[in-house]
Ligand binder design. Structure first.
Ligand code: SF4
Length: 612
């Protein structure tokens, strides 16, 4: 099949068996791969009544029809499972190289099921795949695991892609993730805990020769250049040239930088965290993913301050935000350390940042005392106490055991007023690293999305195509609802293909051309947009079967509270919330009482059979 290997690898860890399964063209045509394909397998194979840690849960990871092409960003991989935070449908993507290497090793996707009696890792290579002993890797972080596997198998840095869980995943910390290729993360909704529950430490794929066949390679080359030019130009080339690291100084004056657990929106030290400044102050080196010409992704050495000499990955915006303003910490070098240590321990930075900020607020207000925290003084901005706490959480040691359950569960267990200081969604997750009281579309998106992360994208290349209000008033409830509903599916198309969003910026038209050049199909732009919406609705159907009800689609009191200062202090979202939800359900074609997609919605998306 053009654009595809036509194969999925099924790994049964209980039996210790590996089996090739055929992937037919009609299925790929309907889902494109990645998240869409994973959602289909999840729906068909995992009983929604089972717990996420049940051996019968599957961990799917897949590339898409653009995987392994020269289109930038197509080394990305998408994971799908029943996740630990929401006990519902989950999809999370990691950039890097694995998606391309997976296809070059002969598979579009892997489905892992069962539980291994001993720790294993999966090794994919030109000649096939094998499970190998991972007992020597237990307790290692993701960078060490990557080094150890490459050394054991004799691969150089770029000759292999490794994604693994750290100690947090091994200990089934509920918000643990999967990390690889030097700091890329698929960290949302407890993927690492699912992998840990299966006693699977890592996936390792050789950079095998590319033997894939595509319908029109010259056209793909042309579209690769066009995609790069589009990424260079989008937003003035900010992400292309500087990554996400310049966002902190821009977010604060707009009131969407998370500061001190939403107790203020003022962070005077914002310019210290300007990525452009830090790239010249610290030593940084470009470390792009497969097929990407962007300067987004860098490795970094701290060159001054108490953490001088520390080497790791340059934090993304959300990591600067979590380990800077959110915990009231003002040393960028310390933020580099915390960001990398959190990754290496194997935990989602967003959840960890909200959790530590909440602990600090509880400590300040007396709801948590030193003796409750194994002697740690969790004062605002205390870097060494935070480092120690992260280790305790990853190892479920002492007070870390309760905190390993994430913000919502820890706050509900502590009870009292502390619940009102916690930032979370009704589904059980926390948002990405923004103050969404200044980004209403993203609060709505986070709350209604399948696994409480950002699922859609306002920053689409063609606003008319996705019928975005233009110009848009970001505090106008009608505009917010229209933007959220109309752009649903835009980012999911990237996750089905599977393409890094920072290279495509939801340029659905170019993506459609690329799909056709890779496969020889004749999909229209509308067909491709529909794949995104189909996948969103399929994940929703699964969540409804898991017990999702509309009353869980709401922000916690602190999450939707009125800012006390900053530019948005007179713009509370809470008074508009119920009406916005009514309008949103209507635009999405969902029943307001049950949350169920209406029969005509399912018919339009051709998934009526899966709703039964
Ligand atoms: S934009 Fe960044 S994350 Fe995306 S493919 Fe390029 S280097 Fe990787």
């Amino acid at each position: 099949m053009l654009g595809s290997t036509g194969k999925v690898l099924r790994v049964d860890l209980t039996q210790g068996t590996l089996k090739d399964e055929a992937l037919d063209e009609a299925t790929l045509h309907k889902y494109l791969g990645g998240t869409g394909l994973g959602a289909k397998y999840l729906m068909e194979e995992v009983n929604p009544k089972l717990d996420w840690s049940d051996p019968k849960n599957i961990l799917f990871l897949g590339s898409g029809v653009l995987g392994g092409t020269r289109i930038p960003g197509c080394g990305t991989i998408s994971f799908v499972t029943k996740g630990a935070m929401t006990n519902g449908a989950t999809s999370s993507q990691a950039n890097g190289n694995f998606g391309a290497y997976l296809k070059w090793c002969g598979y579009d996707a892997i489905i892992v099921q069962g539980v291994s009696p001993t720790w294993k890792y999966l090794y994919l290579h030109e000649g096939g795949a094998e499970l190998r002993d991972a007992s020597q890797l237990v307790g290692k972080g993701s960078w060490e695991t990557e080094d150890a596997i490459k050394e054991e198998l004799g691969y150089k840095e770029r000759g292999m892609s490794v994604f693994s869980i750290g100690p947090a995943g091994e200990n089934m910390v509920r918000f643990s993730g999967i990390f690889g290729d030097r700091g890329h993360a698929a960290a949302h909704n407890g993927l690492g805990a699912v992998m840990g529950s299966k006693k699977l430490k890592a996936f390792a794929a050789q950079r095998a020769p590319n033997k894939l066949q595509f319908a029109d390679p010259p056209k793909l080359g042309e579209l690769a250049k066009k995609t790069t030019e589009g990424a260079k130009a989008f937003g003035g080339g900010g992400v292309f040239n500087w990554g996400t690291s310049r966002v902190v100084p821009a977010a604060e004056p707009a009131g969407w930088l998370p500061v001190r657990n939403y107790t203020t929106d003022v962070f005077s030290e914002k310019d210290l965290f300007d990525g452009q400044r830090l790239r010249s102050l610290f030593q940084s080196q470009n470390y792009p993913c497969y097929g990407c010409a962007s300067h987004h992704y860098e490795l970094m050495t701290v060159t001054e301050g108490p953490y001088k000499g520390f080497f790791g990955k340059e934090p993304e915006y959300e990591q600067w935000a979590a380990w800077g303003p959110q915990i009231w910490q003002k040393d960028p070098g310390a933020a580099v350390v915390l960001s990398n240590e959190c990754d290496n321990l194997g935990m989602d930075t967003n959840e960890a940042g909200w959790l530590v900020g909440w602990v600090m607020e509880c400590y300040e207000k007396g709801a948590l005392k030193k003796e409750d925290l194994d002697g740690l003084e969790m004062t605002w901005g205390n870097v060494e106490a935070t480092r120690a706490l992260l280790k305790k959480i990853a190892n479920r040691e002492g007070c870390g055991d309760m905190l390993a359950e994430g913000v919502k569960r820890a706050a509900e267990k502590l009870g009292g007023e502390a619940v009102n200081w916690a930032i979370f969604t009704g589904k059980g997750n926390t948002p990405r690293g923004h103050d969404h009281r200044g980004r209403w579309v993203e609060m709505l998106d986070t709350v209604v999305s399948d696994c409480s992360t950002l699922q859609t994208q306002m920053l689409v290349m063609n606003k008319d195509l996705w019928k975005m209000p233009n110009p848009m008033d970001v505090f106008n409830p009608d505009h917010v609802v229209q933007a959220e509903a109309n752009s649903t599916g835009s980012m999911t198309v990237c996750d089905c293909l599977v393409q890094c969003w920072f290279t495509s910026f939801c340029d659905t038209e170019t993506q459609t051309e690329a799909i056709n050049a890779a496969t020889g199909w004749k999909l229209s732009v509308d067909d491709v947009m529909k794949v995104g919406r189909r996948t969103v609705n399929l994940m929703r159907l699964y969540n409804l079967k898991c017990g999702l009800t509309p009353d869980k689609e709401k922000p916690s009191p602190r999450y939707c509270s009125q800012p006390v200062d900053g530019p948005n202090k007179d713009k509370p979202i809470a008074p508009h919330w119920e009406k916005m939800m009514d309008q949103y359900y209507q635009l999405m074609g969902w029943d307001r009482k049950t949350g169920m997609p209406l029969p005509e919605t399912l018919k339009d998306l051709d998934i009526e059979d899966l709703a039964k």
